[in-house]
Design a protein around this ligand. Structure first.
Ligand code: PDD
Length: 287
């Protein structure tokens, strides 16, 4: 368990850390968050994550709780205090504390800032046997591009997947297309050798890992295509995988119990995972 959390200006014992009961994040899910991966004491893609935080905040008209440079400092300080080597930084900003009312507070409130860290086992270049996913209807709102803490549909989809022994839920829209995972972006490799992931718009979160892999895939001269793909197409794919700040590139070998490709992590996913880890190992060490 991490020793410290950061809560509104103070580094506090993680077990004692708490927010006000009238925090709008707690009562109304009126807040946003970011998860930044940490590998070997290095932050992965910090700047793009802070750019996305900025965008989420602006979309919801929540101010920055501290200056961006200060947040970078807090991230590093918490990593050092918790001796974080491998795992993640979680940061959350809510509109702040005010008497409960759906509309924004009429008097100025200070946005609330909370940071925690989580130690995790360092992911190996070898992806192991791969994971299973389970399809679920995508019942979320129309602003999935905002990294909001309102995650109930994602929670229910993930739980349903876990109860059926799957690692992740793949969310499927009314047209039968896979939008993304409950907490990951979804990718396939077609029998024609195209590397496909859905285009970014309001229907999905523009994953930072996804963005970095797009650059890597282009450098590797893979046939990278951004378009919708159906669940049926995914089940006929030669490879499938998910990406996120915490799962990096994780091969998918089963969709709804049906085997993908030869049932083993494929060469594209393996290669992208290796290249992503190489990229992650390049940053400046904090701890
Ligand atoms: N989830 N799509 C959704 C719905 C997500 O919640 C996430 C991240 C992603 C991948 O984005 P990124 O590559 O920036 O991590 C896609 C984080 C890890 C979480 O909620 O814990």
């Amino acid at each position: 368990m991490a020793r410290y959390a950061y809560v509104n200006g103070r580094y506090v014992d993680h077990r004692e850390a708490s927010v006000h009961i009238e925090d709008r994040g707690y009562q109304l899910a009126d807040g946003v968050y970011e998860v930044v991966g940490v590998r070997d004491g290095r932050l992965i893609d910090e700047e793009p994550h802070l750019d996305r935080l900025d965008r989420s905040l602006r979309e919801l008209r929540i101010g920055w709780p501290v200056a961006r440079g200060t947040l970078s400092f807090i991230i590093r300080e918490l990593m050092r205090r918790n001796r974080l080597r491998d795992g993640l930084i979680y940061m959350q900003v809510t509109r702040g504390v005010a008497r409960r009312d759906h509309a924004f507070p009429t008097t100025p409130v200070k946005p609330a800032l909370v940071l925690t860290t989580k130690n995790m086992k360092a992911l190996a270049a070898d992806p192991g046997p791969g994971v299973a996913v389970k399809s679920q209807p995508d019942i979320r709102w129309e602003r999935c591009d905002i990294k909001s803490v309102a995650l109930l549909p994602n929670v229910l989809a993930k739980q349903s997947a876990r109860e059926s022994g799957a690692y992740e839920a793949w969310l499927v829209d009314e047209a039968g297309c896979v939008t993304e995972g409950a907490s990951t972006n979804a990718w396939i490799v077609t029998p024609e050798g195209e590397l496909v992931t859905r285009q970014t718009d309001n229907g999905i979160l523009a994953g930072i890992t996804r963005g970095t892999l797009k650059v890597i895939a282009t450098d590797l001269q893979l046939k990278f295509v951004e378009r919708p793909f159906s669940l049926v197409e995914a089940k006929r794919a030669t490879e499938a995988f998910v990406t996120s700040a915490t799962s990096f590139v994780t091969p998918v070998v089963k969709i709804d119990g049906e085997t993908v490709g030869n049932g083993k992590p494929g060469p594209t996913a393996r290669r992208l995972r290796e290249e992503y880890l190489r990229f992650a190992d390049n940053g400046e060490a904090v701890t």
